[in-house]
Write a protein that binds this ligand. Structure first.
Ligand SMILES: O=P(O)(O)OC[C@H]1O[C@H](O[C@H]2O[C@H](CO)[C@@H](O)[C@H](O)[C@H]2O)[C@H](O)[C@@H](O)[C@@H]1O
Length: 521
């Protein structure tokens, strides 16, 4: 089972029974209380049976103390008054009995300490390493106090216990209020949180609160009850839960919006030197009917200028190198043309892929052939140094297959070239193992060598199938953004986040620049 840190911003962990072994201590304290109290009451058939673990889970676990007292006694046909919060432990009110149980619990903790579940410690370490924020959430009014008997305090960004919940007037479980408050404190939507819970009432609360993933933790053999309470899945040990980036591309409709996670993106990039690599068409510049009409918006150029002042910036495009360099017009950037087949450093030094000119003669021949064959309105050729793009943006969907067939036929006749596809374009490219992922690796090598620093972290944004190779490269160690449009529908992406259009991307880039300005390059 894997928590994908790109998908889940926050992990909410219950304390008793999930992180610490205190559920057992709570049960022992409750058992002592109820056995003592029930001995003073009789049923029509004689003495009450001992308080059991099943009753603990069903009526008490995960609830506020007074709610637990009233629920258990009611199940035994006993009604007692609620009483007052400061009722002494000798008073037979819900508060009084609850306070007596509390005294027993503290006695046990002080005598034996608090045992931490080692699997929980391991999971917390992994969550912290992947920068997933963590909250310890407990209905227990003793949570903070018991936490002080462990060495885990540093591992939680937020601790929210029964005491604080009462101060805030939050309803007890199965109401999800306490979990919702923890998510709010960590600035996450419930859908962005994974909840790890061992109590059935709290699993129900998690489900009711709309939390993204509810994992039941079954340390006592009640997996079925956790599942029927609404757990998505159940584990018997947290050693079975890993924290890793997803191993499959994701449907862009399920990706989180980058604009709502700008601080998180800045956090994920950390403080290492930064390489911001960006695609051009459809990413920095809006799509137009023809390539020559495309313009980089003023805001986009300004944000690139700002970013270049505090990080290394590269634009990697399917266009020819000279074309993309002219469209962007900033001399301080790196540029990749023909999907990075050509690479230019800011000083102007150009590196061309070794397989360069081989196959260019075939491109010439195919170009000549297609110029004669492709006469349908709406389709046109764009010849580039190492590729031939066939644009069909002006062709109706139902005609595309017929109209573009000659392109595939022409490419099939030559071994030195192959067809690839992009947004309303087929590109005949050189038949070498090359894509934007390879280009990004090559760029990173050059940038590291130029800076004499091997520690760069990479940010990449793109909008096309060809960009997925680069997004795949940054998936495990950098940050990737997919720039979505109405053309994309259910596209699968390696990106971590999505933006809708250039304005949103510019906002995110601006936020990165603001946080980097004056800091480390
Ligand atoms: O890697 P990119 O910078 O995204 O370049 C990919 C291709 O972009 C251009 O074509 C695309 O944009 C055109 C203008 O908006 C649009 O009309 C076309 O449908 C898109 O595919 C460019 O013309 C190609 O050479 C690039 O390979």
């Amino acid at each position: 089972m894997n928590i994908d840190p790109a998908r889940y911003e926050v992990a909410l962990l219950d304390m008793d029974g999930v992180v610490t072994d205190t559920a057992r201590v709570h049960f022992a304290a409750w058992q002592r209380l109820f056995d003592e109290y029930l001995a003073t009451r009789t049923t029509s058939s004689g003495a009450h049976d001992r308080f059991t673990e099943q009753e603990y889970r069903r009526h008490v676990d995960g609830k506020r103390r007074t709610d637990g007292v009233l629920a258990l006694l009611r199940s035994r046909g006993i009604e007692i008054p609620l009483g007052y919060a400061d009722d002494g432990p000798e008073r037979n009110t819900a508060h009084g009995l609850g306070n007596r149980k509390d005294a027993y619990f503290r006695e046990l903790v002080e005598a034996n300490g608090v045992r931490v579940h080692e699997d929980a410690r391991g999971l917390l370490d992994s969550l912290r390493q992947r920068r997933t924020r963590t909250a310890l959430v407990s209905a227990s009014r003793n949570c903070e106090w018991a936490l002080r008997h462990t060495d885990l305090g540093e591992l939680f960004d937020v601790v929210l216990d029964g005491l604080r919940a009462d101060e805030l007037g939050l309803a007890g479980k199965p109401d999800p209020a306490i979990f919702l408050e923890a998510a709010r404190l960590l600035e996450a939507e419930p859908s962005e949180c994974v909840l790890l819970e061992d109590a059935e009432a709290r699993v129900r609360a998690g489900r009711a609160g709309g939390f993204g993933w509810v994992i039941g933790v079954d340390r006592t053999g009640h997996a079925e009850a956790l599942l029927s309470s609404g757990a998505d899945e159940v584990v018997t040990t947290l050693f079975d839960v890993a924290v890793q980036e997803a191993t499959e591309p994701r449907d862009i409709r399920t990706l989180p919006a980058a604009v709502s996670h700008r601080d998180r993106i800045v956090g994920r990039l950390g403080t290492a030197p930064l390489l911001v690599a960006l695609d051009f068409d459809g990413t920095l510049a809006p799509i137009a009917d023809t390539p020559s009409e495309v313009k980089l918006p003023h805001r986009g150029r300004e944000v690139l200028r700002r970013l270049a002042g505090c990080s290394t910036v590269a634009v990697i495009s399917g266009r020819d190198l000279c074309d993309v360099r002219e469209k962007v017009g900033l001399s301080e950037l790196w540029y990749g043309g023909n999907h990075g087949f050509e690479l230019a450093a800011p000083g102007g030094e150009v590196f061309v892929h070794g397989a360069g000119e081989a196959g260019v003669d075939d491109l010439d021949a195919i170009e000549a052939r297609l110029r004669n064959q492709l006469v349908t309105p709406g389709i046109f050729l764009e010849r580039k140094r190492f590729a031939l793009a066939v644009h069909y943006r002006g062709v109706a969907d139902e005609e595309v297959e017929d109209v573009t067939r000659p392109v595939y036929d022409a490419a099939a006749d030559r071994e030195t070239v192959k067809p690839t596809t992009g947004r309303r374009v087929i590109e005949i490219v050189l038949n070498v193992a090359w894509d934007k992922g390879a280009a990004l690796h090559r760029l990173l090598e050059r940038v590291r060598a130029a800076a004499n620093d091997s520690g760069f972290v990479v940010f990449y944004a793109g909008d096309d199938r060809t960009d997925e190779d680069a997004l795949r490269v940054v998936h495990d160690s950098g940050v990737g953004i997919f720039v979505r449009s109405s053309e994309h529908a259910d596209h699968l992406s390696w990106a971590h986040y999505v933006v809708d259009g250039q304005d949103e991307l510019t906002d995110v880039l601006g936020h990165i620049a603001s946080n980097r300005a004056g800091g480390i390059r």
